[in-house]
Write a protein that binds this ligand. Structure first.
Ligand SMILES: Nc1ncnc2c1ncn2[C@@H]1O[C@H](COP(=O)(O)OP(=O)(O)O)[C@@H](O)[C@H]1O
Ligand SMILES: [Mg+2]
Length: 236
């Protein structure tokens, strides 16, 4: 089997960068179907992901969000070239036990403000994991804010994709901060309410319970906070 054929089946994106540009090329996807279902990821091919990333990024950049400034694109090769930005991914900071909890909570607060700005612009992030939020290491005068975000290629199959964004980021942050700093999830819920405002969750389905419990070890308070707790109880 040729290398490129193999890549188109098993691999997803290819990224590269130099001192001034960052380039992403969209490739085939082979996500296990059951996991995609639990995660509410819409099945989409490389062309669809490329198109969504390009359009949402451009719209959000125009709205003043601290995200990619697109420098160029190639619709045939499905290649997007953006400005290179020195970034520290949130997981590197949040998993580090040496970093003070107040610094982490400040970044998280700003990430939820960013999410709110994205939603106010009429978009959903689609992949609001900690790994897609960054501390922007540019000088204050050269950046739009301390928190940077990107990676909008995914769409969620959800009654409300914006609520899905909030659930994902909350669960991911609560899980990581519980491990690294022993933070109680109630503290994260308070932070979300302060930064974003109250959130009306949707009725969480069995798949949501499976996903958030398996992926983020979220427990009953999480489900009570964001939606109806609907579980199947197996009669004994
Ligand atoms: N403009 C950029 N400048 C520098 N590094 C970037 C830039 N955009 C993304 N990165 C780095 O590349 C990684 C992958 O980018 P991302 O768009 O999230 O692609 P993927 O879909 O592969 O997760 C990011 O986590 C970040 O570390
Ligand atoms: Mg990413």
């Amino acid at each position: 089997m040729s290398r490129s054929l193999l890549r188109s089946i098993v691999s997803s994106n290819v990224t590269s960068s130099d001192q001034t540009t960052f380039t992403k090329e969209y490739g085939g996807f082979s996500l296990p179907q059951i996991w995609a279902f639990l995660e509410r990821k819409k099945r989409s091919n490389a062309k669809q992901r490329y198109t969504r990333e390009k359009e949402v990024t451009a719209r959000l950049y125009d709205h003043g969000i601290n995200t990619h400034n697109i420098l160029g694109f190639d619709n045939i090769a499905r290649r997007l070239t953006v400005e290179y930005v020195p970034l520290t991914p949130f997981p590197d900071i949040f998993e580090d036990r040496e970093t003070h909890i107040d610094d982490k909570l400040d970044l998280l607060y700003k990430a939820f403000e960013t999410l709110k700005d994205i939603h106010n612009a009429g978009e959903s992030h689609g992949d609001a994991y900690l790994k897609n939020f960054f501390r922007d290491e540019r000088k204050k005068s050269d950046r739009r804010g301390l928190v940077y975000t990107c990676d909008f290629e995914i769409q969620r199959v959800s009654p409300d994709p914006q609520v899905t964004d909030i659930l994902l980021l909350t669960a991911n942050a609560a899980n990581t901060l519980a491990k690294s700093n022993g933070v109680d999830q109630a503290e994260i819920f308070d932070l979300v309410t302060q930064a974003y405002g109250p959130v009306q969750g949707y009725q969480l389905q069995i798949r949501d319970h499976l996903f958030y419990r398996a992926r983020f070890l979220r427990t009953d308070p999480f489900f009570a906070h964001f939606g109806d707790t609907r579980m199947i109880s197996i009669p004994r």
